[in-house]
Structure formats: C-alpha cells, structure tokens
Design a protein around this ligand. Structure first.
Ligand code: DAT
Ligand code: MG
Length: 168
C-alpha cells in the first residue's frame, strides 16, 4: 500500500442537484483525510487544461461547457484533495465508471449520473485515475500553500510586477 493523493471535483450537476453532502458522505467511506478544499470558478483555460488528454474527441466542446457550468448555469465546482493509503483506487471505486449508465448503481456516478440526449456524460464528480494524473491535476487546481501537507517538491520565488486582486 502506498500513500497517495487524489483530486476530486464536484461538478456543476452535482452542485445544482444539491448532492454535495451525499457525495462527501460516500467519499468518507474510504477513511482518507481531506488535505485541501475550495470552491472554484472554472475558466475555459482551466477546463481545457484539465481535459487536455481528450482534445480532439467529438464530445470535447460539450465537456468543456459542462465543467465550466454553462449547461447548468452554475459557474463553479468544489475541489478537494484526499490523501491516504491507495487513495486513488479507493476513491475511484466509490465514484464508479466514467459512463454513468454502465457504472455500478451503488457508486456515486451510478446513483446520481445520467447521459444527456446530446450524449454528455453528466457523471457528477471527477476523481484522478492514476498517480500521474493526480499530480498533474492537483498542481493545476491548487497552489502549494492551499494544501495542508507537502505532496510534491516546491520552490520559493519572489514575484515582482504581478497584477493581483486585493480587498479594496
Ligand atoms: P474519467 O472522468 O472517468 O476519468 P476520462 O478521463 O476518460 O474519464 O474522461 C473525462 C470525462 O470525459 C468523463 O468524466 C466524461 C467525458 N467522457 C469520456 N468519454 C466519453 C464519451 N465516450 N462520451 C461522452 N463523454 C465522455
Ligand atoms: Mg480521467
């Protein structure tokens, strides 16, 4: 058994269906710890980078619109990092297969997901599927100081001339 970290996203359909509590209850069965959590407004750039491995697929554009919340009129997802022994497999087992109609009916996707008439897999949650994917995805969605444990190597930099937003 290896200690792993994995990225979970509650997608816009999970949020508009008010499933956050149900999903977190199911995920807690894995007996892992949450090391990061936040609500994220999803830009097109973030969406396309997250799904870069699917660029060119016929469903790519709808997938991007879905994760950006355009289909559900809700431009946000909730992102978590979970950590623990075999976290990636344990979470994927609870989450279920990619296709919600093929997923085990007691999995999150099997219980709450659906395929739309235009063929979008509205599968409620994202969960990393390998250590390599988890590293790419955690680094994409979180900065090092947003995670309460050290997972990947970091470096300190001094930034000058960076435009950022502060409280007025
Ligand atoms: P997963 O989300 O289970 O890791 P993936 O990485 O292969 O699956 O694909 C990412 C998302 O893309 C998936 O959650 C739903 C969508 N998708 C994948 N294959 C699809 C297909 N054949 N038709 C429609 N959507 C699909
Ligand atoms: Mg995947």
């Amino acid at each position: 058994m290896a200690v792993q970290s994995t990225l979970i996203l509650i997608k816009p359909d999970g949020l508009v269906k008010s499933l956050t509590g149900n999903i977190l209850s199911r995920l807690s069965e894995a007996k892992l710890i949450i090391t990061a959590a936040k609500v994220v407004r999803v830009s097109r750039e973030l969406a396309e980078e997250h799904y870069s491995h699917l660029k060119g697929k016929p469903f790519f554009e709808e997938l991007i619109e879905y994760i950006m919340g355009e289909i559900h009129h809700s431009n946000r997802v909730v992102a978590f990092v979970y950590q623990g022994d075999d976290a990636i497999t344990k979470i994927r087992d609870i989450v279920g297969d990619t296709n919600p109609e093929a997923a085990n009916p007691v999995s999150i996707r099997g219980a709450y997901g659906r395929i739309t008439t235009t063929g979008v897999f509205e599968n409620v949650v994202h969960a990393s599927s390998s250590p390599e994917d988890a590293e790419k995805e955690i680094k994409l969605w979180f900065r090092p100081d947003e995670i309460v444990v050290d997972i990947y190597p970091t470096k300190e930099v001094v930034l000058n001339n960076i435009k950022t937003r502060v409280w007025a």
